[in-house]
Design a protein around this ligand. Structure first.
Ligand SMILES: [Zn+2]
Ligand SMILES: [Zn+2]
Length: 376
């Protein structure tokens, strides 16, 4: 591209309409921002929720919230405040910057930050990262907008990863690996020797499987309605698999059979009321359902409270794997480099930016695990 300030990006004018690939103007990085060249970007179900209008978002907006990138230029103050950020460094991009001031941040639960600048889809200064050539701001999803060949991002969202981390793995650490592995390792604190079931084997569910394996779970039962995903689950650490039946009761019975009466922890990684209810229904006394899948706004699930009180059961919600991204991203990358987190297995298609709508269509059909946009 001859003009260094022009980028290509997938723009969503408003939720519910197709994305379009547009040329946009990249303004120079402002104070506290870095300009990056995207290396890899995963297409995540949360992007589809916005694309399909399940979740309301302001537009126009460059979609994408899972990506890795190489630092190109630093805005004012970044070199001093973030000494790890230098041109040429590979970073995993975080879709959450803790505000540092809200009640959750002050309590050390940065993943629950209620006032993150990321959720404004603007830079922390309040400005939009991009402009249309004829004028008009373009927002960037979670302030990182990874479906773009180059981008401005907040320096705090650019987390350096150890040398040798593959760009695709760094991208996956930005969302699905941290969300899934963190749900097992941090939110639910899966214990060594315990039993686990994971319902839904997309990128997040398979990352729950990997996290449970790292935690030393003795039995890991992977559940999906697509047989190919069961094979992949075995490769990344599942000990048993259940092909989901058309009726939930049969699936619940199969999970119970595989776990001596029910798993100590059951993860739901789809975000459907029916499978959330299955995750709750399969629990033995004292067990935990950890809800990881994101539902459309307004969806409801129901359960009978009595067994929860009587049997000491628990339901946990897990967002972003209870992550402190700056601390956890390098840790997950190190686990990958040590051979204990085979995240590269999640990539089932490598595509270009122009193939994004096809990747969304495949996701609606439940095909594949992760489509990875490559920018090289
Ligand atoms: Zn995601
Ligand atoms: Zn906060």
């Amino acid at each position: 591209m001859s003009d260094p300030s022009t980028i290509r990006a997938a723009v969503l004018d408003r939720p519910g309409v197709p994305t379009r690939i547009e040329a946009l103007e990249l303004v120079p990085p402002g104070p506290g921002e870095v300009r990056v060249r995207m290396a890899a970007a995963g297409v995540c179900h949360s992007d589809l929720h916005v694309r399909d209008g399940d979740w309301d978002r302001e537009g126009p907006i460059v979609m994408g919230h899972e990506g890795s990138a190489v630092v190109e230029a630093l805005g004012d103050g970044v070199a001093h405040a973030f000494p790890g950020l230098r041109p040429g460094v590979l970073v995993a991009l975080s879709w959450l910057i803790p505000c540092g001031r809200c009640r959750s941040c002050r309590a050390g639960r940065v993943w629950n930050c209620s006032d993150s600048p990321s959720y404004t889809h603007r830079m922390p200064s309040g400005r939009a990262a991009l402009r249309r050539a004829g004028g008009g701001d373009v927002l960037t999803y979670c302030a990182i907008g990874t479906f773009a060949d180059r981008q401005n991002v907040p320096a705090a969202a650019a987390i350096p990863v150890p040398d040798g981390t593959p760009p695709e793995v760094a991208a996956l650490i930005g969302c699905c690996v941290t969300t899934g592995a963190g749900a097992a390792l941090k939110t639910a604190e899966v214990r060594a020797g315990s039993s686990v079931a994971v319902i839904g084997l997309g990128g997040v569910g398979l990352s729950c499987v990997m996290g449970a394996a790292i935690a030393g779970a003795a039995r890991i039962v992977a559940v999906d309605r697509v047989a190919a995903k069961l094979d992949l689950a075995r490769i990344v650490g599942a000990t048993d698999v259940v092909l989901a039946a058309a009726d939930g009761e049969t699936t619940v019975a199969a999970i119970r059979d595989a776990t001596d009466g029910g798993p100590d922890t059951c993860f739901e990684a789809i975000g459907l009321p029916a499978t959330i209810e299955q995750a709750i229904a399969c629990l033995p006394t004292g067990a935990t359902a950890c809800l990881v899948g994101m539902t459309p706004f307004g969806a409801r699930a129901s359960f009978e409270p009595f067994p929860f009180v009587d049997g000491g059961r628990r339901i946990l919600g897990s967002n972003y794997g209870s992550a402190d991204p700056a601390a956890d991203f390098p840790r997950y990358a190190a686990l990958h480099l040590a051979g204990r987190l085979p995240a590269e297995r999640l990539v089932t298609a490598r595509i270009g930016l122009d193939d994004l709508e096809d990747a969304f269509a495949a996701m609606r059909r439940g095909e594949g695990v992760r489509s990875m946009i490559r920018f090289d």
